[in-house]
Design a protein around this ligand. Structure first.
Ligand code: NAP
Length: 316
């Protein structure tokens, strides 16, 4: 009997071809939706490895149902969807996919920053709808990016790659972390100082107990009324109701969001009613080469674990 791997969403054939040579690979049938929780709980009863997506809540109920499970390989760098205490309690290792997605996510972060600042989506829609009547002195005028101050909360791998892009645009870079780093041409700032001084505030911390709700009414009130908030990290870090109020009352100028507390974000969510918000469907790492590299890391982690070799990118 070959060891069993359960994959919670349909993947391209090339991503699983090698695993199929040594293991029995079972996979949810759809690439647009992920297996529901009850299906995961059912499938892990026999599985030796679980390949999870960031949309799956892998909690104690899953681990309780999985007597043979050795590894959960999460197809993401963030692993806030996995209960690590429960994994440890059940002796299951957890891996993630860092580094290979850093550049693609930094590209998307900067694209979202530019789109928000220069009202790219709104402007594109005005061309298609016929609202573009003539060139106008202040028509579709947004915020200037070149030479502005970029504040990065969470100066890790992706934060650093975003800072490099900002430097290319002649921006002044501030950052805030729990630990100061020795980096060239970027300046450390306390959280409040960063919020007060930045024209663009970019969030790139993991979602943890400490960062949940880190940007709320008080923090938004410290920002300039010409500033934009860009969140490519995780939805729960920003208080969405407070963000809605700040944008509606023009306490801040705009927001670019790739992530939401609930995903997909409900169509009647108040943030979607505002013109000064640019929204994306959690596509930070969605470049073809990047996604294939992430899948290769997951496959390698599962293979190493099931063969009893040392496993890279363990988070527990
Ligand atoms: P990383 O290298 O671990 O960087 C995270 C940074 O956040 C670290 O520098 C860390 O520094 C800082 N941090 C952690 N807790 C903090 C706190 N309480 N206050 C201030 N700073 C804090 O991770 P990464 O690879 O850059 O990825 C960052 C996050 O981006 C991921 O966790 C993931 O959630 C998100 N992400 C989203 C997408 C997407 O598709 N939208 C794609 C990739 C990643 P200290 O420990 O010194 O505080």
């Amino acid at each position: 009997m070959k060891p069993i791997i359960y994959i919670t969403q349909k993947l391209p054939d090339e991503a699983v071809a090698e695993l199929q040579q040594s293991y029995e690979v079972r996979m949810w049938h759809d690439d647009q939706t992920s297996a529901p929780k009850e299906e995961i709980v059912k499938q892990v009863k026999e599985a030796h490895a679980l390949w999870a997506m960031l949309s799956n809540q892998i909690d104690n109920e899953v681990f309780e149902a999985a007597p043979k499970l050795k590894i959960v390989a999460n197809l993401a760098v963030g692993y806030n969807n996995i209960d690590l205490d429960a994994a440890r309690k059940h002796g299951v290792m957890v891996t993630n996919t860092p580094e290979v997605l850093t550049e693609a996510t930094a590209d998307l972060t900067f694209a979202l920053l530019l789109a928000t600042a220069r009202r790219i989506i709104e402007a594109e829609k005005s061309v298609r709808s016929g609202d573009w009547k003539s060139w106008s002195p202040m028509g579709m005028a947004g915020q200037q990016v070149g030479g502005a101050t970029l504040g990065i909360i969470g100066m890790g791998r992706i934060g650093e790659a975003v800072a490099r892009r900002g430097q290319g645009f002649g921006m002044n870079i501030l950052y805030h972390n729990r630990t100061r780093r020795s980096l060239e041409d970027v300046k450390y700032a306390g959280l409040d100082e960063l919020l007060q001084q930045s024209d663009f505030v970019v969030i790139l911390t993991p979602l943890t107990e400490e960062t949940r709700g880190m940007i709320g009414e008080r923090e938004l009130s410290l920002m300039k009324n010409t500033a934009c908030l860009i969140n490519v990290a995780r939805g729960g870090i920003v208080d969405e109701q407070a963000l809605y109020e700040a944008l509606k009352s023009e306490k801040i100028w705009g927001a670019g969001l790739d992530v939401f507390e609930q995903e997909p974000v409900p169509l009647d969510h108040p943030l979607l009613s505002l013109p000064n918000v640019t929204v994306l469907p959690h596509i930070g790492s969605a470049a073809i080469q990047t996604r294939l590299s992430m899948m290769a890391l997951n496959a390698e982690a599962i293979h190493s674990c099931l063969e009893g070799r040392s496993v890279k990118n363990r988070v527990c």
